[in-house]
Design a protein around this ligand. Structure first.
Ligand code: PLP
Length: 450
């Protein structure tokens, strides 16, 4: 009864993100009263295991005392202050820490307050850098097919997921799109490494042809998350770094989703041993507590903006909540947990357990692929396993898995026909088993009928 009361009130005033609101005529919404570790609890005492980290943001569970306590202290000290002309302890400490833990050469932190805004910052900064050094012909960006970088107009423009983009196409700048190295499309018998390597030739050709007019290549390292959790090999990043240097084009690494351990290393770029010119971080940055994002860049980029005021070379960008003190404190508390608990190593065991937990689906007639990179595992439901023929999107098979999950107490939120796990790192092996069993049964149910 209590749940219903909240839903009724909600539906009178709230317009939810990424939602056809009419769906809620039949799909109940779930009002959450409290969070505790991997669990979310509604107003009637039902619990849901948060298998997707509340849209990929949560790292160490809900209401974690190790983040709550420092945050409460920060609240009693300083909640927020303008970051132009002023500074504060959490933002200084966080910047020092980020410079220390990110790949070499990323020495400058520019803050915003969400992932899309970080992308806007990186795009503008790259363009503005080239303009400041007299290369005004550089005005375009190269992206990958099936990529996602957020939903504000600039970020949307450099993404390539039709569902989010096509409607708004008339409003968007035009990137130069290169076919993705996404290994789902590799030939039978071909390794992911070989496929990603082979696909690089399109990038090389595009750079060769368009370098003069190109500011930067923007990519999601290793996993195209919103693009159905499609994965590719680190060799692509290695080659891309070299090619960007060769053709004098920036490399923007969007680690908003994959950063902070999701791929098995603290940052995905580490697996290719590269440093981008810009690294965008958000989502896990605050452990899933508060909105914050940051763009890290090099001294070289920074210096191209550093001059007398009259030269008008300063970077022109700001958000009201830039570098919010509470958000920075949550980020520091999150990074402390990484240090104290040796999280990256501990996750290796969890990743192995994730892999084993869905092994029985390996030969399922409607599973086209099970793929995994670190702490992200995805299961692609298909109409035909051999030909990888997809189900019609109108059938909404993923939604059936979602509904089954809720019934069984697991928050799964498939992307189309792709069921995936991206859990908080405090999940236990037993909880993984429960999550996997629910997903497996959901997949059986959703693929039962032709
Ligand atoms: C979520 C996401 C974004 C956008 O972040 P928001 O905070 O939702 O604006 C950008 N890039 C990637 C790779 C993401 O997963």
């Amino acid at each position: 009864m209590k749940n219903k009361e909240y839903t009724r009130r909600d539906l009178r005033t709230i317009w939810h993100p990424c939602t056809q609101m009419k769906d809620h005529e039949s799909l109940p919404m779930i009002p959450i009263k409290k969070g505790d570790g991997v669990w979310l609890e509604d107003f009637e005492g039902n619990r849901y295991l948060d298998a997707i980290s509340s849209w990929w943001v949560n790292l160490f569970g809900h209401s974690n005392p190790r983040i709550n306590e420092p945050l409460k202290k920060q609240l009693d000290t300083l909640e927020h202050v303008i970051l132009a002309g002023f500074t504060h302890e959490p933002v200084i400490e966080l910047s020092e820490k980020l410079v220390e833990i990110t790949p070499g050469g990323l020495n400058r932190c520019f803050y915003a307050d969400n992932g899309s805004s970080a992308i806007e910052v990186a795009l503008k900064m790259s363009f503005h850098y080239w303009r400041n050094i007299g290369k005004e012909k550089k005005t375009r960006f190269i992206n990958l097919s099936n990529s996602y970088h957020g939903e504000t107009l600039g970020a949307l423009a450099v993404g390539d997921v039709e569902l989010y983009k096509d409607t708004y196409a008339p409003l968007l700048m035009q990137p130069i799109t290169v076919p993705s190295p996404d290994c789902y499309h590799r030939e039978t018998g071909e390794s992911c490494h070989d496929y990603s390597l082979r696909m690089f030739r399109y990038m090389e050709q595009t750079l060769e042809k368009h370098a003069e007019e190109t500011c930067a290549v923007i990519i999601e390292p290793l996993i195209q998350c919103a693009g159905n959790m499609r994965m590719y090999d680190a060799v692509y990043l290695e080659l891309l770094r070299k090619a960007c240097d060769k053709y004098d084009v920036h490399l923007i690494a969007d680690e908003i989703a994959v950063g902070f351990g999701r791929t098995g290393t603290l940052f995905a770029c580490e697996q290719a041993n590269i440093s981008p010119d810009f690294m965008c971080l958000s989502k896990g940055l605050t452990g899933g507590y508060l909105p914050l994002s940051v763009v890290l860049t090099t001294d070289r980029v920074y210096q191209a903006f550093y001059d007398d005021y009259e030269k008008l070379t300063a970077f022109l960008h700001s958000h009201s909540y830039t570098g919010n003190a509470l958000a920075c404190r949550a980020a520091l508390a999150t990074l402390d947990i990484f240090d104290q608990d040796n999280v990256i190593d501990a996750n290796k065991g969890l990743a192995r357990h994730l892999h084993q937990s869905v092994a029985e689906l390996e030969n399922h007639p409607h599973v086209g692929e099970i793929r995994q990179t670190g702490m992200v595992l995805a299961i692609e439901m298909v109409k035909d396993r051999k030909t990888k023929t997809p189900y019609d999107w109108q059938e909404r098979r993923g939604l059936k898995v979602y509904q089954h999950g809720l019934k069984e107490g697991v928050l799964l939120r498939p992307l189309g026909n792709v069921v995936y796990f991206m859990p908080p790192y405090i999940i236990t092996p037993q909880q993984i088993d429960m999550m996997a069993e629910t997903a497996i049964n959901g997949i059986h149910l959703a693929t039962k009928n032709q």
